[in-house]
Write a protein that binds this ligand. Structure first.
Ligand SMILES: Cc1cc2nc3c(=O)[nH]c(=O)nc-3n(C[C@H](O)[C@H](O)[C@H](O)COP(=O)(O)OP(=O)(O)OC[C@H]3O[C@@H](n4cnc5c(N)ncnc54)[C@H](O)[C@@H]3O)c2cc1C
Length: 364
């Protein structure tokens, strides 16, 4: 058996943003882990813009728990920047188009609430954008928002796991999972727990597919905008996110119904039409791609222990907000594993216990 296999108690399945942050906190807590991950073309972390936006949706609602999530995310990503020697955390205001009177009124109404006000700039500052953006009736500006570089973090953390012999770059095989004395045994090795962080692929997990996953397909573009170099994010039909060196991420579509996980000409055209409407200057498309988000019924993450099989856990359901949710809930979950600290009711999968009618593990 390989060297790392001698040395772990928990197996984490999946190294997207969920598996990465969970591995980070578990290692920090002194737990012995091994991550098993086989990159999948539709895994969402490597395609996401990594935006953290405190004010979201058409009604400009405040994101759930945002006062807790953003400071904790910043602290965690900054610590990871320090440990890994890379840049992950980019504070970026977000300019938001307010095309109708109703939009503007709603924005102003929200910005007057004392608990919303800290996230709203007094006035949108469009200096530097005069020649770049097409005119819109009015603009708002969010402060305290950020953009997290998922690909850089996941790649650097993967290297660290590799160096520590804590990574198996292969598919997790359900037919290799057995039980001995109530504990899971994988590939013949008894472990304290297997924690599934599979993103949208969880719908094919025979132990957790009773949970109400509602995956959504998202398509996006990467573009070059040669005549510009702006630091803020812009939301007008699509969201435009600076990625450095003149590149911008532009997205995203969101569809519950889809035939496959591949990019489509139709959604590309939709993205292009929105981008042409937003930008007053030419751009060049570098890439068009798609991924599947692990979105769930009720929008709250899925954390906890399997209702029947001791030693099987899930950390998933980060939906459209992996950048802000993953750090806080990875630590929350680690405390649960380590000290049996209770999980928040809103995220504990015990809330779906009545939906569980038994698992059908694959035959050998
Ligand atoms: C177009 C798009 C834009 C987005 N933009 C944002 C954004 O701006 N901000 C934000 O916060 N969120 C955004 N999201 C959502 C974000 O991507 C997710 O919340 C988050 O990345 C989910 O991470 P995850 O680790 O749960 O899943 P994933 O990223 O899917 O990772 C799961 C990993 O597990 C591996 N895996 C699965 N099954 C197995 C197996 N059996 N064996 C081995 N490996 C396995 C997969 O290959 C993958 O590596 C966006 C999503 C999309 C699609």
């Amino acid at each position: 058996m390989e060297k790392h296999a001698e040395n772990w108690d928990y197996l984490i399945v999946g190294q997207g943003i969920a598996g990465t942050l969970l591995a980070y906190f578990m290692l920090k807590s002194g737990l012995r882990i091994c991550v098993i991950d086989k990159p999948h073309r539709a895994a969402s972390s490597l395609k996401a813009a990594g935006i953290i936006n405190p004010i979201t949706g058409r009604r400009y609602a405040k994101s759930w728990l945002i006062e807790t999530l953003i400071p904790f995310a910043k602290k965690t990503y900054k610590a990871l920047e320090h440990d890994l020697g890379i840049l992950i955390w980019n504070e970026r205001n977000l300019l938001r188009a307010l095309p109708t009177v109703q939009d503007e009124n709603e924005w102003l109404r929200r910005s007057a609430f004392p608990d919303f006000a800290p996230w709203f700039a007094k006035e949108a500052d469009l200096s530097g954008f005069e020649k770049i953006l097409n005119p819109v009736r009015a603009w708002g500006e969010t402060v305290g928002s950020a953009q997290v570089n998922f690909p850089a973090l996941i790649a650097a953390f993967r290297d660290k796991l590799r160096q520590e012999n804590a990574l198996r770059e292969e598919e997790f095989r359900f037919d290799r999972l057995k039980w001995r004395d109530e504990f899971p045994v994988y590939d013949g090795r008894k472990v304290k727990g297997v924690i599934f962080c599979e993103g949208a692929r969880a719908v094919a997990n025979p132990y957790f597919n009773y949970l109400p996953f509602v995956p959504t397909k998202g398509e996006y573009l990467e573009v070059k905008i040669p005549e510009s170099n702006f630091p803020k994010m812009v939301k007008n039909g699509v969201t435009i996110v600076p990625m450095g060196e003149g590149s911008y991420w532009v997205g995203a579509t969101s569809r519950f119904e889809y035939d496959d996980d591949l990019p489509t000409a139709r959604q590309k055209e939709w993205l292009l039409s929105k981008l042409r409407k937003a930008l007053a200057i030419p751009f060049e498309v570098i890439k068009h791609d798609a991924a599947i988000r692990p979105t769930v019924f009720g929008t709250r993450p899925f954390l906890g222990r399997h209702p029947e099989h001791a030693g099987l856990y899930i950390f998933n359901g980060l939906g459209t907000k992996g950048a802000s949710l993953a750090p806080f809930f990875a630590r929350h979950f680690t405390a649960h594993l380590l000290d049996d600290a209770p999980l928040m009711k809103e995220v504990d999968i015990a809330r779906f216990a009545d939906k569980y009618t038994g698992s059908t593990p694959p035959a050998r």
